[in-house]
Ligand binder design. Structure first.
Ligand code: X2X
Length: 334
């Protein structure tokens, strides 16, 4: 009968549109970043979006929301928003996700990673895998590594080449309490605030200094807000992680999961190479603008390392003793 035919058609349609498990892709996936396209970080996200669009023939569309706008500027809420599905994807800093994933504080341990080879030895080895497993367990699927960069110290007051120079200096720090401990150990007066609030605080003199990679100092023109002194102490570097909310990840077919992951790996490698390759030119540009740049001797660096040892004691149980050991071994054998 006609009725039965209609019914059969309806049933078929239902199967077609909801039964096929991967039919319900979103028209657009949100991608959160802190820094926009003028910075290597934003460029990493741009590249990922571009590669995914190209390789999926436009089936998978991602749209970047920078300046942490999806979490009203509070970058420390990005991970929770992804976990709960408010944000689909992100290219995020290990620092900003460390309040929710304590293992990510590994990268913030002062003077753990002396050079690029040390970062790579950690991210590309067993320690990196363990960190990815910790992220996955907390509701987000990590796909690949990128890089914000080695974070250098700037201030408006004086040349800093020994810990005593930091005495009483007000320093803007990022969202993990570990930074509070590092700068307190150095005798400074750290204040935690978001990136959105950092430049205004430097402008008004509410804080004397800050720490960020050279690329961030350069592109954000931190020299223009009175930051005349820069110390290259390479005390830590924050990797970036390309990631997808588990809730969203599970909606993709296995083929598209592989596509998203490979595109993230390629975008990450591209961005890491590019940003490392730009450091010398960036440094020259910063000096050209009149910033006094201090390079530490190995002995001077050692003094800072010594002064921040207490951070390891305080944070080992939270990060995990085995993970720290794995990372230290990877660095020693790099
Ligand atoms: O807030 C910062 O300093 C920044 C932009 O580097 C991070 O998001 C970690």
């Amino acid at each position: 009968s006609k009725r039965r035919t209609l019914l059969a058609a309806a049933v078929a349609a239902t199967f077609l549109f909801s039964g096929a498990s991967h039919a319900e892709y979103k028209d657009e996936y949100t991608v959160s970043t802190v820094l926009p396209s003028a910075f290597p970080w934003g460029q990493a996200a741009d590249k990922w979006v571009e590669l995914v669009k190209e390789r999926s023939d436009g089936r998978i569309n991602m749209k970047i929301y920078s300046n942490s706008q999806l979490v009203s500027g509070d970058q420390t809420k990005e991970f929770s928003a992804m976990r709960s599905g408010l944000i689909d994807m992100a290219v995020g800093s290990t620092i900003n996700w460390s309040p929710q994933v304590p293992e990510l504080n590994l990268f913030s341990l002062p003077f753990l990673m002396p050079d690029y080879a040390a970062i790579d030895a950690i991210t590309q080895g067993e320690a990196g895998e363990a960190v990815f497993a910790a992220i996955k367990k907390r509701g987000v699927t990590p796909l690949a590594w990128g890089e914000n960069g080695f974070r250098e110290l700037s201030n408006s007051k004086l040349t800093i080449d020994e810990p005593a120079d930091l005495d009483g200096l007000k320093i803007r720090v990022v969202g993990s309490p570990l930074f509070q401990d590092t700068f307190t150990a150095l005798g400074a007066n750290p204040t935690q605030m978001s990136w959105a609030d950092a430049k205004p605080a430097l402008t008004t003199g509410a804080v004397d200094g800050q720490e960020n990679p050279l690329s961030v100092f350069d592109v954000a023109r931190i020299d223009q807000v009175g930051q005349k002194y820069l110390t290259r102490w390479h005390y830590m570097a924050d990797p970036l992680v390309f990631a997808v909310s588990n809730q969203v990840w599970d909606q993709f077919s296995a083929e598209d999961q592989a596509l998203l992951k490979q595109a993230a790996i390629d975008a990450g490698q591209w961005e890491i190479e590019k940003s490392r390759g730009e450091v010398d030119a960036t440094l020259a540009a910063i000096k050209e603008r009149g910033v006094e740049v201090t390079e530490l001797t190995p002995e001077q660096r050692e003094a800072f390392k010594e002064a921040t040892k207490s951070v390891y004691e305080k944070w080992t149980s939270r990060i995990g003793e085995d993970l720290i050991k794995q990372a230290q071994d990877a660095v020693a054998n790099r």
